[in-house]
Design a protein around this ligand. Structure first.
Ligand code: COI
Length: 356
C-alpha cells in the first residue's frame, strides 16, 4: 500500500521481504540487493516526485538512449550500522556534489538534494535491517542516473531516470592487490570523461584489465594518455604512496576521478603534520623508490576499496615486491582512523558523517 513520508516521498512497501532468506555470512560485494529502491523520473524539464518501491526489474524500450550512447552516471557510498544502534553515512554531500559534476559533463540534469540526500535517508531507514554488521562489511549505496529518450539519433536526452539501490556487501578486495603498469591502453584521455563517474570509463577499462588478469594481476596502474609516464589511477581507486616519509599522490586532472576517500586521507594526513605532495608522479619515481627501499607504503583508496594495500607492482616484465603489509604504519593508521570516524567511535571534527 502506498504511503507518503514526511518529505513527500511516496513509499510502496514489498509484501514479500527477502531479508530472512539472505545469507549475511556470504555477501560478496555488490551481489545482493535490499527489498526496496528509490526511483525518480525527469520529464518536461522537471523532476517528478521520488518513489520508494520494491526492488524490481525495469521495463525499457530497446531504443532507450543510454543503452546506445552511454549517458549514464553513478556514485558509490557506504552506510554503517554502529554500536550505538545509529546508521551513519560517510560524506554523502561529497557524493551528491560529485554526481552533479558528472551530470554536467554528460549533459544531464542536476539532481536536487531533496531527492538524492533525503531520498537516501528515507530508503536507508526503511532498509535498516539489511545493513550488515560484520567486520569489513557495509551497506554499499549505488545512486545512478541514465537517459530515457527513445530515439536512435545521437543527442542528449530530454528525459532521465535517477535511482538508488542498496547492496549489503563485504570487502571489495579481500587481499593485498597485485598491479600492472599499463603502458599501451588508456582509461581516459586528456580532455575526456575520466573525471566524471560515468559508465564509459569502466567500459574502457575492461579489456586491458582482462589482459592483466590473464597475467595474474588484479588491477592496472593507468598512466597518462600522452606519454604513459605519469600515474593516474586504478579505475576502482586512486593511488597513494609513502616515499621517504612523504605521502605522495597524483594531482587531480581531467582524466582522474576525484576520490572522496582520497580527499579524506589527504585531509587527515595534513592534520597529523605529515608531509603531503599532490603532484605529477612518474612510474619511474615510484619504482626507483621501491628499488632503493624508500617506498614505505603503497595503497589504493576508494569507497569500495577503502584502503587496499598494493603487494606487487609489475612493469615491463619486472616485478617489484613491496614491503610487508604489517610494516605499513601509515596505511594501517589511516584505515583505522577512517573506520573510527565512519562508525562514530571518534569525534567527527570534519562534519563528514550523516547520522540517521
Ligand atoms: C566505489 O568505490 O564506490 C566505486 O564506485 C568503484 C567501483 C569500481 C566499485
Amino acid at each position: 500500500m502506498g504511503m507518503i513520508s514526511a518529505n513527500q516521498i511516496e513509499i510502496h512497501k514489498t509484501t514479500s521481504s527477502r531479508l530472512s532468506q539472505t545469507d549475511f555470512h556470504n555477501l560478496g560485494f555488490g551481489k545482493i540487493f535490499s527489498d526496496h529502491m528509490l526511483v525518480c523520473d525527469y520529464h518536461n524539464g522537471a523532476w517528478e516526485k521520488p518513489q520508494i518501491v520494491p526492488f524490481q526489474n525495469l521495463s525499457l524500450s530497446p531504443a532507450t538512449n543510454f543503452i546506445h550512447y552511454g549517458q549514464s552516471i553513478f556514485e558509490g557510498l557506504k552506510a554503517f550500522k554502529c554500536e550505538d544502534g545509529k546508521i551513519r553515512v560517510f560524506r554523502p554531500d561529497a557524493n551528491f556534489n560529485r554526481m552533479n559534476l558528472s551530470a554536467e559533463r554528460l549533459c544531464m540534469p542536476q539532481i536536487p538534494k531533496e531527492i538524492f540526500i533525503d531520498g537516501l535517508k528515507e530508503l536507508l531507514l526503511l532498509e535498516k535491517d539489511w545493513i550488515p554488521t560484520a567486520e569489513g562489511s557495509s551497506m554499499y549505496i549505488r545512486p545512478f542516473m541514465f537517459s530515457l529518450d527513445e530515439e536512435i539519433r545521437v543527442r542528449a536526452s530530454d528525459t532521465y531516470k535517477f535511482m538508488i539501490i542498496l547492496s549489503p556487501s563485504g570487502k571489495y578486495y579481500a587481499a593485498p592487490v597485485k598491479v600492472l603498469v599499463e603502458r599501451q591502453y588508456v582509461r581516459a584521455p586528456k580532455g575526456g570523461l575520466g573525471a566524471a563517474k560515468t559508465a564509459a570509463n569502466y567500459a574502457a577499462s575492461l579489456y586491458p584489465a582482462k589482459l592483466a588478469q590473464q597475467k595474474g594481476y588484479d588491477q592496472l596502474i593507468w598512466t597518462d594518455s600522452t606519454e604513459h609516464r605519469y600515474i593516474e589511477e586504478a579505475g576502482t581507486m586512486n593511488f597513494m604512496f609513502v616515499i621517504n616519509d612523504t605521502l605522495v599522490t597524483p594531482v587531480l586532472n581531467d582524466s582522474i576521478l576525484a576520490g572522496i576517500t582520497r580527499d579524506s586521507i589527504l585531509t587527515l594526513a595534513r592534520e597529523w603534520g605529515m608531509k603531503v605532495e599532490e603532484r605529477k608522479v612518474s612510474i619511474e619515481e615510484v619504482l626507483q623508490a621501491a628499488e632503493k627501499g624508500l617506498l614505505q607504503d603503497a595503497f589504493g583508496s576508494g569507497t569500495a576499496a577503502v584502503v587496499s594495500p598494493i603487494a606487487v607492482i609489475s612493469d615491463q616484465g619486472k616485478e617489484y615486491v613491496l614491503p610487508p603489509v604489517e610494516s605499513r604504519s601509515f596505511s594501517l593508521k589511516i584505515a583505522e582512523e577512517l573506520k573510527k570516524i565512519r562508525m562514530g567511535l571518534t569525534p567527527d571534527t570534519h562534519g563528514w558523517v550523516t547520522t540517521i
